[in-house]
Design a protein around this ligand. Structure first.
Ligand SMILES: Cc1cc2nc3c(=O)[nH]c(=O)nc-3n(C[C@H](O)[C@H](O)[C@H](O)COP(=O)(O)OP(=O)(O)OC[C@H]3O[C@@H](n4cnc5c(N)ncnc54)[C@H](O)[C@@H]3O)c2cc1C
Length: 376
């Protein structure tokens, strides 16, 4: 998804673009997650600014391509179980409003007008009308097609070619060399491996997530609904399992219950404790789910960087190398803004956002002294 968005905006900036992937279209994390475009879970700061920019760009793209990416601005509803939780949620929303987010307080007695099947007894919530969604696989494919870029699939990048002064001059792939003055590393969870091929350190780690999918139902959940603890789970640095679910109905019928978070490397084994916890959390929000069957589950590995911000921009250590990876659990949402920023930097235009927080060289290499220039 991120590579597709970079391709689209770079092509629109007048550049010739080749998209290279070792697998098929959207065969990485993009094809293994959900398509929430959320502002509701982001605190004021660079990630929220990128989410707001991206949200505007998604809305523009949805006008262009119509239903083809299944864009739906259904809104997010965050609920609190008790008064303390509601106070914390309202405080969080106040900060977000100041940063440009629409956040509408919903009193307890109005919650069930918005979501008739919510559990009784909740203290209240906040409605975020800007929260939307797309179907990630379709969106990635549509954006690459709209870019007019050449797409080379089944071609693993095995080396980054360097010329005079160490500048990038293309990539080596299993299908031969591709020459270009700029290379954008949009390899998601494998972005650290690609960076290493160019000799630079970028500590992208996998953060596993499971999604539960129910049998098809009439539309019984209208918004994206989640409990206030979800925001703390997203921001957590712990490797341990976090399971606060986001529950939403889909046009096709199944209710999506996503997603767990844990750092267990690239462990592909099914985790029943994770799925049980997800189901239990969803059932606490929507008791009717107790009687609904889970039809399947799937999982993917989010590209996690230690400060929860993606790496976006040129790498000062390797002229011509750019990074656009490490978006963790928000890479679908943040892809359009990322693509626009990359295109602006490639075309040497002023970026729409201050790029400094996303600098790819902000992580000290293992063994380098903490006060070295790299660490600043
Ligand atoms: C369960 C789950 C739920 C999620 N829900 C959401 C959500 O609701 N909203 C949201 O915004 N995000 C969500 N995410 C996160 C989102 O899916 C990711 O942030 C996003 O897909 C990352 O996109 P990407 O393009 O950076 O990476 P990818 O989609 O992984 O793309 C990277 C590509 O690089 C290719 N590649 C890697 N190495 C090489 C190489 N050496 N040579 C050639 N090609 C290579 C791979 O084949 C892959 O296609 C979720 C993730 C999970 C796991």
């Amino acid at each position: 998804m991120v590579g597709a968005a970079c391709a689209l905006y770079a092509a629109r900036a007048g550049l010739d673009v080749i998209v290279v992937d070792r697998g098929p279209m959207a065969g990485g994390t993009t094809g293994a997650g959900e398509g929430n475009l959320l502002v509701s879970d982001k605190e004021p700061g660079p990630e929220l600014e990128l989410a707001l920019l991206s949200g505007r760009l998604w809305a523009d793209l949805a006008e262009e391509v119509g239903d083809a990416i299944e864009y739906e601005r259904k809104g997010g509803l965050v609920v609190a179980a008790g008064p303390d939780g509601l106070e914390a949620l309202e405080k969080f929303a106040t900060g977000q409003r100041a940063a440009g987010v629409e956040a509408v307080r919903v009193d307890a007695d109005r919650l069930r007008e918005l979501e008739p099947r919510l559990a009784p007894g909740l203290a209240g919530g906040v409605l975020y009308p800007q929260d939307a969604q797309v179907m990630p696989t379709l969106a990635a494919a549509r954006l690459v097609r709209a870019s007019g870029a050449r797409l080379v699939t089944g071609a693993a990048v095995t080396g980054v070619l360097r010329g005079g002064g160490g500048a990038v001059r293309g990539v080596r792939t299993g299908l031969g060399e591709i020459h270009a003055p700029y290379v954008v590393n949009a390899a998601g969870t494998w972005g650290g491996e690609l960076a290493a091929l160019a000799g630079v350190h970028l500590p992208v780690l996998p953060r596993r997530g499971f999604v539960l999918v129910t049998e098809p139902l009439p539309r019984m959940v209208r918004h994206k609904v989640y409990a206030a603890d979800y925001v703390a789970d997203v921001a957590s640095d712990s490797a341990a399992l976090q399971t606060s679910p986001v529950v939403e109905g889909t046009a096709a019928g199944p209710v999506l219950i996503g997603a767990t978070r844990e750092r267990v490397g690239f462990d592909r084994s099914l985790s029943l404790p994770a799925l049980r916890a997800l189901a239990a959390g969803a059932t606490r929000l929507f008791p009717f789910l107790e009687r609904v069957r889970a039809m399947r589950t799937y999982f993917g590995f989010r590209p996690y960087l230690p400060d929860h911000l993606p790496a976006i921009g040129p790498d000062p250590r390797v002229p011509g190398l750019f990074h656009a990876c490490g978006h963790e659990g928000a890479g679908i949402g943040l892809s359009t803004g990322t693509g626009q920023l990359i295109a602006q930097m490639l075309a040497r235009e002023a970026p729409a956002l201050e790029p400094a927080p996303f600098r790819p060289d902000r992580f000290p290499a293992p063994g380098s002294p903490p006060d070295s220039e790299e660490a600043t």
